[in-house]
Design a protein around this ligand. Structure first.
Ligand SMILES: O=C(O)c1ccccc1N[C@@H]1O[C@H](COP(=O)(O)O)[C@@H](O)[C@H]1O
Length: 210
């Protein structure tokens, strides 16, 4: 089965077109004010309508309260991506609202693996990402790679998307070494923070699919 690939933090129709042409499966939009990829609700709504079912759409957010969730669900994304400290119970509650949920977990050491199975049981998709550096303005999207060898201790039946610092230079090694179910990335296909590049998206996808 081919790898499921999500590119996050897209901000313009042009970059959505580049991602679709390159064969990206999941198109992600960020709603988190401190991020250089942040979009307001009306822009996300407009871009979801632009995608128009040509790929699945994801809205990434961090510890959303019920009011924000109402606004995000009104935009009708296929997935909500939770990139904060949301509990397993919160994941279950959001799924009950009728949307698929991607849960991102930060992996920094062996102990972080203990929580993975419980989230894997509840979330529709699981992302394993690097821990944000201290003082980072946002908990993801920092281009940080974590120690992939930690994942050798994980139950091989758990399906996850590998994330954190994936680029055209390390994607082939990531696939070879980790053999993930999917890949998720943002800053690795940017020329400046928050500015995606069509050539990098195309080359990343070429190498990932090769
Ligand atoms: O991209 C952001 O700005 C962001 C903000 C808040 C939470 C998560 C964010 N990004 C997500 O982090 C991972 C890894 O990103 P990268 O490839 O290391 O840049 C990915 O899921 C991003 O969507």
């Amino acid at each position: 089965m081919s790898l499921l690939i999500k590119i996050c933090g897209l901000k313009t129709p042009d970059m959505i077109d580049a991602a679709l042409e390159a064969g990206v499966d999941l198109i992600g939009f960020v709603h988190f004010a401190r991020s250089p990829r942040h979009l307001d609700l009306s822009d996300i709504g407009r871009l979801i309508r632009y995608v128009d079912g040509r790929a699945e759409t994801v809205i990434l957010t961090v510890n959303p309260d019920e009011d924000l969730l109402d606004h995000l669900l009104a935009l009708d994304p296929d997935y909500i991506q939770l990139h904060g400290q949301e509990t397993v119970e919160r994941v279950a509650h959001i799924k009950e609202r009728g949307v698929k949920v991607i849960k991102a977990l930060a992996i920094g050491d062996q102990e972080d693996l203990a929580k993975v199975p419980r989230y894997a049981d509840k979330a529709d998709l699981l992302i394993l990402d690097a821990k944000a550096p201290e003082n980072a303005a946002h908990p993801g999207g920092n281009g940080e790679v974590f120690d992939w060898t930690l994942l050798k201790a994980l139950d091989p039946d758990i399906k996850f998307m590998l994330s954190g610092g994936l680029t055209i230079d390390n994607v082939e090694q990531a696939i070879r070494d980790v053999q993930p179910f999917g890949l998720d990335l943002s800053s690795g296909v940017e020329v400046r923070k928050g500015e995606k590049d069509a050539g990098l998206i195309k080359e990343f996808m070429r190498r990932a699919r090769a």
